[in-house]
Design a binder for this molecule. Sequence first.
Ligand code: 3HC
Ligand code: NAI
Length: 706
Amino acid sequence: MSPDTPTEVVSRELHGKVLLVTINNPPVNALGVDVRRGILDAIDAADADHDVQSVLIVGAGRNFIAGADIREFGKPPLPPSLPDVCNRIEACSKPVVAAIHGAALGGGLEIALAAHYRLAVAGAKLGLPEVQLGLIPGAGGTQRAPRLIGAKAALDLMLSGRHIGAEEALTLGLVDRLGRSDNILAEGFAYAQELLSAHAPVRRTRNADALADRQKNQTAIEAARADTAKKSRGLFSPLKIVEAVEAALDHSFDEGLRIERKLFLQCIDSPQRAGLIHAFFAEREVLKVPETRNAKPRAIERVGIVGGGTMGAGIAVAVLDAGLPVTMIERDEAALARGRTHVEKVYDGLIAKGRMTADAKAATMARFTGSTSYDALAQGDLVIEAVFEDIMVKQAVFAELDRVCKPGAVLASNTSYLDIDAIAASISRPADVIGLHFFSPANIMKLLEIVIPAKVSADVVATAFELAKKLRKVPVRAGVCDGFIGNRILAAYRQAADYMMEDGASPYQIDQALRDFGYPMGPFQVSDLAGGDIGWATRKRKAATRDPSARYVQIADRICERGWFGQKTGRGYYLYPEGARIGTPDPEVLTIIDAERQRAGITPRSFINEEIIRRYMAAMINEGANVVHQRIALRPLDVDVTFLYGYGFPRYRGGPMKYADTVGLPNVLSDIREFAKEDPLFWQPSPLLIDLVERGANFDTLNQSE
Ligand code: 3HC
Ligand code: NAI
């Protein structure tokens, strides 16, 4: 029999006594309104048709169902609701089988839980990741999963949001059977047929009994509540998940569903949901840049790295971890040996923690070679330069690369601030030169700024994006300017923090305010961790070109002059007695700050934390707007992703530009104008911000229009 409505997102086809229901809603079979309607109709049809004795639900393409359609959240609801669809499946009078391949996530798994029997094949990914979007499972997941697999396992799935494979799902009791092949249709039909032959009854998860041992489940819920209160600082939905699971233990199934709905809607209304969903789409949108649309990436099989210091070694680890061979070039044998040691240290650390075996380290290091001669790079497909931050030194390195590298090799610089156009212009093949700005530690930090010089060819850009994928980094396209997207904006809000410190807030208060905002660390803690000497060197380098009329706070210089560079020297803004990793406030630093205030003729005033956040964010948002205005960032969302992945911005706030939309651009602009009364040079409103406010628009309108 042919499908009755082949063009629809849910098709039905009777195979003997089994009604095959196929969800076909590319790219991931999300449960949009048409899919929900189609499933409902299919179950109604199955119940009504005497020829149908069982229903088999499968997904077309690479996945079963990836979940609710995330784009619908925050918009007016369209019936039927997903909980109603799940309840309808469960109420079906004939056995319903879900056959899972690929993703069965969120609402996708909830559909499967509402079915009467579940099968999964190898490669299946099951999970309830709603927590990552600021939500709780909202289509019966918080009620059915604990009844099926117990509160402890269900809470673990929902609070971690992790994906599990078919085998683990079978062990937990989330599925009933593993398919032997990856032919999902054959496996699904075989299972449905077997169930029919055995006269298997309709079996509803609402009646499953994994919560029968009340005491055991209550203990698991209490433990999860205590753990969640400790770990999910600032997040709204995790404790709601615990509450919903507790309702499964304490109430009837229908009452539990009602409570789940109420909690789910509270989460939908939370700004955290909006921030997290913005982050979800933004990190996919950043991959869409004009240069990669039609260009094919060049092949990358051999990677060279010039410089084996902090960054060179970290990048080497990132590349080795992606399974590629690395050739490191250093100035002399001693520096090369140090570079190799830096790389080995990372793996030795993993071995010490039991996360790597000595054999695995040996196999990885077998792909690492070093040389003091550039000739070793002759066959490299990509070379990443990570030598001292000095344009002369870098240009000398690129001259060597120009001499030895084969035609078509991609030549990249990891510079933090320097003009990559000037580096590209200094050699004979500027079209092959690009910026690859990693963040420290380069093997851990997810952000990779891909910096686009004027003459770079599109396939080099495509190669950089492909490399990011291989290295499991989040790439963001950035234009050439002093500091690109991230460090340029950082310079602005760090200055705002320094001004507040000189005006009366202590670095400890500022750090605390930012931690309360959701950052893992405040800016002065970060400075102590990174080493105050790095910023000091930059300030000295830029001293000659600094605008003499601009306000300049000298506190950091006074601290650095004492050799207090942060954690590595035992003190910076904080004290780190005996190698402590968490610092304690230092009264001597406060004395230095007082002296500097006096020298600058400033009478300190008090700040409340809210003002600290307003000033810090206004500086960040304003410079973010400039960066978008000057096309250094393609869209506001590129700024957001940069700060989420490179600078610890709290994900549930979506990034600085999303945060600006949340508080309202007119409010941000009026703050800036207010602050400008005391320092008009620093607080110059961005033309883009003014324009958006005048048009009644926000940053998100620019994300949509690209
Ligand atoms: N809704 C709408 N669009 C979705 C989506 C969803 N649930 N999941 C993925 N997409 C879109 C992506 O935005 C992307 O769109 P684009 O091509 O325009 O950029 C496209 O589908 C492909 O996605 P990926 O690039 O992520 O594809 P991958 O193959 O790398 O990954 C995946 C596939 C593992 C399914 C991944 O997309 C994923 O994790 N999706 C989200 C899963 C999820 O969070 N589900 C829960 C939703 S909330 C829910 O169900 C609430 C319920 O309890 C009521
Ligand atoms: P580093 O000082 O730790 O290492 C630089 C290395 O380059 C040294 O080992 C040195 O021997 C080697 N080197 C210098 N000249 C060389 C040459 N001509 N040929 C071969 N090797 C040479 O410096 P770090 O921190 O690793 O920085 C390197 C680059 O990465 C700089 O451009 C820096 O701005 C950038 N960067 C640094 C970050 C950080 O947090 N440290 C973050 C992102 C980028």
